[in-house]
Design a protein around this ligand. Structure first.
Ligand SMILES: C=CC1=C(C)c2cc3[nH]c(cc4nc(cc5[nH]c(cc1n2)c(C)c5CCC(=O)O)C(CCC(=O)O)=C4C)c(C)c3C=C
Ligand SMILES: [Fe+2]
Length: 427
């Protein structure tokens, strides 16, 4: 994951500093030019001033650190799936405007794809006068596009709707708000800088124009890069290390679990399905539990994420181990036992979440939790069986409330000159 970003970093850095006559100018060059002209004007006038301005214009300061990292937009898969989750996230869904059709949807996806590619390379998109991200580099920005179930009816493409996009079943623990769920189109934005993330959100929302209107939006966050002494798995708002036993890109079955296979032969080849749930944490109840009880509910130690069956964070969980008192080391209703692929006939998903905090509820409790995003090749072999099992027997579910839900078909990536979803919309 990090390698993909590192490889792209050099290219994007070079791109971000060189103006492309066909596209926008580097955000930093744009600023450097304005600054240079002003400064040079103060020192020397006439031809000398012009030369001085030119010299400064050619040497924009080197970007270092968080801002310099770029993730490529073009590729076999869309970005924002196998890349590390960023510090800031915006999830939003749009509904197509009444009267919108396949053609206007295709034009929107073409616009959005071109702009996402520019933004992810640290370029200012054409016609962008907001200045929100001026001075900033790409900051690991990713933009990911998906289609909801209703998109296919609205665009006359019902015959192309994948079977995997069938509605998720109702779960007993659900308290879903329909207005904050589903939607025709879904956009996931992530960046390590909040202004870069908001800029992408704002530009894409403006570009939706008359074609689509925002349906819902949620904002989330993760730990900032560099906040810990060494890179480590992030923590959620319950304080747990979360994400340890995710499928890893180096696993031999990673692609089969996360992406629709190439030989599926349909427009979703190389794509993935995103299950998006706003899960509120009942933090006041959770924080009343002793550390020992909290660890028993999950099946892992809070301090370092090590499984209660022993070892360190990365030691495989031993679901068959008994403690000295004769009881299971990982309790029967421990979250990691109930969610594990071994307990679900191999069902697995890639969890790539953001935390959220939207203030306080009327009862004074924090409106906070997890924007849970699970990626899989087929939700019927990923999220659905696992959530069914969690719904029945997970000790953690007493401390959670699932408040909104969406399922989106996220097509594969595209090559330069193409746009995301082109195989569906022009196939
Ligand atoms: C349907 C799938 C899942 C939901 C919903 C879910 C919610 C949820 N989980 C945590 C905290 C943790 N989950 C952990 C592991 C874990 N969770 C799921 C699935 C769902 N979680 C899986 C498949 C796994 C991996 C199980 C395994 O193979 O061991 C962990 C342990 C660390 C880790 O492996 O990531 C924590 C902690 C919260 C707080 C939450 C809802 C808000
Ligand atoms: Fe979990």
């Amino acid at each position: 994951m990090a390698e993909r970003a590192d490889q792209a970093e050099k290219t994007a850095r070079a791109k971000a500093q060189a103006p492309d006559p066909e596209r926008g100018m580097s955000r930093r060059r744009l600023l450097g030019t304005a600054g240079a002209v002003g400064a040079a004007g103060l020192v020397v006038g006439g031809a000398g001033g012009a030369l001085a301005a030119e010299a400064v214009r050619e040497t924009p300061a080197e970007l270092t650190g968080v801002g310099a990292k770029a993730v490529p937009f073009h590729g076999k898969h869309q970005s924002g799936i196998a890349d590390s989750a960023q510090a800031h996230g915006h999830l939003l869904a749009f509904d197509l405007a009444s009267g919108a059709d396949r053609r206007s949807a295709a034009a929107l996806l073409r616009r959005w794809s071109a702009t996402a590619a520019e933004l992810m390379a640290g370029e200012a998109p054409k016609g962008d006068d907001t200045g929100i991200a001026l001075d900033a580099g790409p900051s690991s920005l990713t933009v990911t596009f998906g289609f909801g179930r209703t998109f296919f009816d609205r665009t006359g493409l019902a015959s192309k709707r994948p079977a995997a996009l069938e509605p998720l079943p109702a779960f007993t623990g659900d308290a879903l708000d329909a207005k904050r769920g589903e939607g025709d189109l879904w956009v996931q934005i992530g960046a390590d800088d909040p202004l870069v993330a908001f800029h992408a959100l704002r530009v894409l929302q403006k570009q939706a124009g008359d074609a689509a209107r925002p349906r819902w939006q949620m904002n989330g966050f993760n730990r900032a890069p560099g906040a810990t002494a060494k890179p480590m798995t992030g923590r959620n708002l319950m304080g747990q290390i979360d994400g340890t036993n995710n499928p890893k890109p180096s696993d031999p079955d990673f692609a089969a679990r996360v992406f629709v296979p190439d030989d599926s032969g349909d427009w979703m080849a190389g794509g993935s399905y995103a299950v998006v749930r706003r899960i509120r944490m009942l933090l006041d109840s959770w924080d009343h539990l002793s550390l020992e009880r909290q660890e028993k509910v999950i099946g892992r130690r809070k301090s370092d994420g090590a499984p209660l069956s022993g070892g360190t964070e990365t030691t495989p969980v031993d679901l068959n181990k008994f403690g000295a008192d004769g009881s299971l080391a990982i309790a029967g209703d421990a979250h990691v036992r109930v969610a594990a692929p071994e307990s679900n006939r191999g069902a697995a998903m890639l969890r790539r979440a953001f935390s959220f905090h939207d203030g306080y509820r009327d009862d004074g409790a924090p409106d906070a939790g997890l924007l849970f995003v699970a990626w899989q090749a087929d939700p019927r072999r990923g999220f659905v069986p696992v959530q069914r099992k969690l719904d029945r027997g997970d000790g953690l579910s007493r401390f959670l409330s699932h408040e909104s839900s969406g399922l989106f078909a996220v097509p594969g990536g595209c090559a330069p000159g193409e746009y995301v979803g082109q195989r569906l919309l022009e196939g």
